[in-house]
Write a protein that binds this ligand. Sequence first.
Ligand code: CMX
Length: 423
Amino acid sequence: MTLLKQELTNQIPKVREDIKNLIHENGESQISTVSVAQAYSGLRGIKAFVCDTSSVSPEKGLIIRGNPLLEITHILPEEVFFLLLTGRLPNSEELTDLQKEYSKHFKIPDYVWSLLETLPGDSHPMTMFNLGILAMQHESVFRKKYDEGMAKSEYWEHILEDGIRLLAKLPILGAGIYRMRFGKGDRIDPDPNLDWSGNFVHLIDIPDPSGDFHKLMQLYFMLHCDHEGGNVSAFAAHTVASALSDPYYAVSAGLNGLAGPLHGLANQECLKFVLKIHDHFSGAPTSEELRGFCWDRLNSGRVIPGYGHAVLRCPDPRFTAFINFGKKHIHGDDIFDIVTGLFDIVPEVLTEQGKAKNPWPNVDAASGSLLYYYGLKQFNYYTVLFSISRAMGMIAQMVWERALGIPITRPKSVTTEWIKKTI
Ligand code: CMX
């Protein structure tokens, strides 16, 4: 048994008991109400389910198990996965144990690569990535155990097992897709002596003499890990998993949502926008030129990618972490300068326009410019990187949902006629 599973085995009975008592004593207390406007507005702001892995404060951004994000940007993705699941950081023995477990499950079945090779050469990398995950559903331990008739109390154990196996493979799948899709030559074998992000950097094989690209990928995979339970991808994964679809089905479903331009694909859209600015002005424009460019975009009925958020009402700390990284490592780069220039202009422009409830940048506004600087220039690939990381949060949420016996998701919809009669 991994030390991670051991820790969860200790915690789960206590949390089960705690929640049973909470429901017993306060089950009828109200935590939210729903207005007619909310029913027509993407359920915005309705508190209707629980996610303990992380929370998003409108004023402070992402808080992972009580830790404000900017206080833990130094930790490894493997450490953040342990933290999401258990509420504490692993000690060095627990970290090594998890990394060792990952290294046992690096192998991607050959049929996955064969399947991906049959796709059109210009397939979107997100389609390839999500298909790769879905194809591996064949390997699900949860599915096999369910078919054999396991007890409900054991579900979480096999969700964790599938989750760890899947997470072990994701950087390898992602890097393999990069090489296949962008003609980078044969796949490279993973190295069990490297950490999760280190393996990704090794497999993608972008020259990294300073080691800074490796540092960026550690930060990137850490920052994107989770964003509480109600965002499109987490909620989609949560809903699919609640039907006892295994993690391969549920993660793939969630990532199909992440592939939308209003969600994770905004990182692709954002770098595209920045490059367009660069081409248009043959370099970094002045503030006034940038302002005019943003207004033209808004006036053509399009959103400014990387700005706005359904929950946040402040600059996203994930954006701040990326900008801090860029300011430390990048000097005199037009693309990064445009990104920082946009930060000076866009909030004012969006505020003046008066539509967006949050004029501040989100995570997707900065990440692409850093990847681009280090040579990862194929921006339609960027959401795959978001996905590799976000799977950690989805899996951590699924483990706890099955551990707590959360039933199938099934909110009630109503008709417009019903609303009119009821109000
Ligand atoms: N540029 C222009 N208009 C924007 C805007 C932006 N960046 N953000 C919001 N608006 C507009 C909305 O389109 C909406 O317009 P309509 O009234 O014409 O429909 C209005 O402002 C009100 O929207 P809101 O309540 O502030 O925002 P929502 O909660 O509905 O949507 C989000 C949130 C993120 C989809 C939206 O801000 C957006 O489209 N941003 C650009 C895309 C983006 O960066 N997405 C990434 C989010 C982070 C992530 O998931 O990765």
